[in-house]
Design a protein around this ligand. Structure first.
Ligand SMILES: [Zn+2]
Length: 172
C-alpha cells in the first residue's frame, strides 16, 4: 500500500498509526455505493470512515452518483462550534513558530483520524502570544501536551465540564 493514499487530513507528512490506515484501492471500485466527499477540505467518506485521497476525490467530483457534503470537521468550523482554546505565551513560542505550527498540524492530523470532527478552527496571533481554537476538547489537550513534551515549560489544563470546554495554557 502506498503511503500517498493514506495521508491524514491537513498534514501531508504525518505517519499514521497502522491500525488507522485503510486501503483506498479496495474501496475505489464501489465508490458509487456510499462514497461522499467534503466540498471544503476534499476528505472522502465511506461508511462513516473519513480519509484523504486526492486522486479518489478527483474522480468522485466527476461522478454524478457521488454525494458532495460538508464533513463533520468543516461543519464544526463553519458553525463555530469550538470546544477548546490553547493560549501559548511561552517565550519560546515566537522563535519556534514554524516548528510549533508543524507540531500542531501533525497532532490535528492524528486526532482527525480518530475523530473527524477534530479540527483547528482559528489561530490568532499578536507579538507575544498565540491563541488557537479547536473543535474538540481532546485536540486542544493533545496539542498542549505535545508542546509540553517537546519544549517543556509549564502546562495548565482547565476543564469546564458544564460548558463542554477546555482552556489550555502553555507558559514558561
Ligand atoms: Zn471537510
Amino acid at each position: 500500500m502506498s503511503k500517498h493514499n493514506t495521508i491524514p487530513a491537513l498534514s501531508e507528512n504525518h505517519e499514521t498509526p497502522e491500525h488507522h490506515r485503510i486501503e483506498p484501492e479496495q474501496l475505489r471500485d464501489r465508490h458509487q455505493l456510499g462514497h461522499c466527499y467534503c466540498t471544503n477540505c476534499s476528505a472522502v467518506c465511506f461508511h462513516t470512515h473519513w480519509y484523504i485521497d486526492p486522486e479518489h476525490v478527483k474522480r468522485l467530483q466527476q461522478d454524478k452518483d457521488s454525494k458532495a457534503v460538508l464533513c463533520p470537521g468543516c461543519t464544526r468550523v463553519k458553525e463555530q462550534l469550538y470546544e477548546g482554546e490553547i493560549v501559548l505565551t511561552n517565550s519560546k513560542c515566537m522563535d519556534l513558530m514554524d516548528e510549533i505550527g508543524a507540531l500542531m498540524k501533525h497532532t490535528e492530523g492524528a486526532c482527525w483520524y480518530r475523530n473527524p470532527t477534530a479540527r483547528i478552527a482559528v489561530i490568532t496571533k499578536d507579538e507575544k502570544s498565540l491563541c488557537i481554537k479547536t473543535t474538540t476538547r481532546a485536540l486542544a489537550e493533545k496539542i498542549g501536551k505535545q508542546l509540553h513534551k517537546a519544549y517543556k515549560g509549564h502546562l495548565e489544563i482547565k476543564r469546564v465540564p458544564e460548558d463542554r470546554f477546555v482552556r489550555v495554557y502553555w507558559t514558561d
